[in-house]
Design a protein around this ligand. Structure first.
Ligand SMILES: [Zn+2]
Length: 540
């Protein structure tokens, strides 16, 4: 038998394969699983030359597959100066680390910091222009608050963006001013883009490095595959794709990537144009980089009260706003569907989900396709009728259970407990055979799959409110949604989601069995090792 064979023995292997749910040994060759089963079965199938690795009773699961996150934006954020409470305690601290970064930044380039929390700084306030001028007068400096809803910048940044005492705050936002009328540097909500749009996009090399950084960080969480759920969001899709291709070419990528180009490139609104999936050049290593669904936004978010609802929010005047009218949405979906695309539509509110299902139904009437496997991203508030339509149209809901834990209290405030308790009805959908996929939406939230799994079981908000315990799932089902479910959602179920002969050798070694401990203890599980294609990409 040729090729390097590694045999893993003495493990608690959760395969997710219904034909063989558990195994204690497996052998890997050429990046794929050669044989899996009992130790004697595996030993009989390999030669003495195999490298043996004793798993010491530890648990092995298929690698987590985060089929909706934002790879490049996450990596760009990781490259910014860390201003989280574990890194800085005061505004003086914050200015010191930014000054250090400025000292090694090319003259005139932006210095960016992320994640400060004014409540936890000694001064208990936001840093201002005059504070940040101490970090640098030469470089534009901008720092973002942990909430993502406030940022602050220095004088050079204000000047570069053309924001001065005469700039008017846009509706829904605020440019904070001193008593003398000069801006303080603090910008809130819709005022933030006035500054952010002045920041030049990263060079393709910087973007490549950010992608590598992101995948290395994901490997620490046991993630072996990720989907970039909005390729072309910050700069043209072709430019971002070039950076992804370059990341693959380095040979240093720690996980596999599926790109989801935005619909505006694929089937633009108000036109008859449509691109085919094969029109995109993602190189020739499809195991590492491939094109997935095209991405459409159909509404906003519940936390910002912009998710499109049938009935109004209870704490704000509106009911959100769909991104497109039905005709435009149906046209884009119809063209992409007919051209052979899988489609993934962001739809949180029930009104947006209804419009999405209308568009999918119309597309199938126009051009019938078997197993189109269109997706609804977030799928937060489907009522019973919409859930039935999801099932009959064979649509895959792609859910982020961590959002319940992080934003559940905001859902209760905005929707009332009854509607909030029916958010992400994962248990209902799974019981009726709808394949649900889990993901994170990282960097919107921290994105640990183990945290997501625990959230799907507990459905508990930060303040301890349990949202619809009837929609909770068992640990095994949550694990399935993060492995088999996301493999289905990305049309990669022939390669991923199971640990079975012929499947990619993508797996994580955990220090405890997710299915055998209390749900609140799952977040304490340590990832000991992450393996992609038989290669160790992370080791604790
Ligand atoms: Zn997203």
């Amino acid at each position: 038998m040729s090729g390097n064979v590694v045999a893993y023995t003495n493990g608690n292997i959760i395969t997710m394969n219904p034909a063989q749910p558990r195994a204690d040994a497996m052998a890997v060759r050429d990046g794929r699983i050669l044989v899996i089963g009992s130790r004697s079965t595996v030993e009989a199938a390999i030669e003495d030359a195999a490298t043996l690795e004793d798993l010491d009773g530890k648990t092995v699961v298929p690698g987590f597959n985060d089929c909706h996150m934002h790879v490049l934006p996450y990596g760009m954020q990781l490259g910014q100066v860390d201003l989280t409470p574990s890194a800085v305690e005061s505004i003086a601290d914050l200015c010191r680390v930014l000054a250090q970064s400025a000292a090694i930044t090319r003259s005139g380039d932006w210095v960016r910091g992320r994640g400060y929390n004014h409540d936890l700084l000694a001064e208990k306030r936001h840093p201002t222009r005059s504070d940040l001028d101490q970090a640098s007068l030469v470089h534009p400096v901008v720092v973002s608050h942990t909430s993502g809803h406030v940022l602050s910048c220095n004088g050079r940044a204000l000047q570069t963006a053309g924001i001065d005492r005469n700039t008017v705050s846009p509706p829904g936002g605020e440019i904070e001013h001193e008593a003398d009328g000069e801006p303080t540097g603090v910008l809130k909500e819709t005022a933030m883009p006035l500054l952010v749009r002045a920041i030049p996009p990263p060079s393709v090399e910087t973007a490549r490095d950010a992608i590598l950084l992101a995948m290395t960080a994901l490997a620490k969480d046991g993630i072996t595959s990720a989907s970039d759920a909005s390729t072309g969001h910050d700069q043209p899709a072709g430019r971002e794709m070039a950076a992804y291709r370059m990341a693959v070419e380095t040979g240093e990528l720690r996980g596999r990537i599926t790109l989801m180009p935005q619909i505006i490139y694929v089937a633009p609104p108000g036109s008859e144009d449509v691109a085919a999936p094969t029109d995109y050049d993602v190189g020739d290593r499809p195991d590492w980089l491939r094109i997935g669904a095209t991405k459409i936004f159909s509404d906003g978010a519940i936390t910002t009260r912009t998710a499109a609802l049938r009935r109004p929010y209870q704490d704000s005047a509106g009911r959100g706003l769909p991104t497109w009218d039905q005709e435009t949405l149906t046209s884009m979906v119809g063209r992409a569907h007919t051209a052979g695309w899988q489609i993934a539509i962001h739809a949180m509110g029930d009104h947006a989900i209804e419009m999405t299902l209308n568009a999918y139904g119309a597309a199938q009437n126009l051009h019938s396709r078997v197993d189109a496997r269109h997706r609804i991203e977030h799928c937060s508030l489907p009522d019973h009728e919409l859930r039935d339509r999801i099932r009959s149209l064979a649509v895959v809901p792609v859910v982020q259970p961590e959002l319940l834990a992080r934003f559940g209290d905001s859902y209760v405030a905005g929707l009332g407990i009854d509607r909030a308790a029916n958010a992400m009805p994962v248990g209902w959908l799974r019981e009726r055979g709808v394949p649900v996929a889990f993901s994170s939406d990282r960097p919107v939230v921290s994105g640990s799959p183990l945290f997501g799994i625990s959230s799907a079981i507990l459905r508990r908000t930060a303040q301890g409110v349990v949202l619809g315990s009837g929609h909770a799932v068992a640990a095994e089902d949550a694990l399935r949604a993060y492995t088999e479910g996301s493999a289905l959602a990305t049309f990669s179920e022939q390669d991923k989601g199971y640990l079975a002969p012929g499947y990619l050798a993508d797996f994580a070694v955990l220090d405890q069995d997710v299915t055998k401990i209390q749900a609140h203890e799952i977040t304490d599980i340590r990832i000991l090792k992450t393996v992609v294609g038989g290669t160790v990409v992370y080791q604790a």
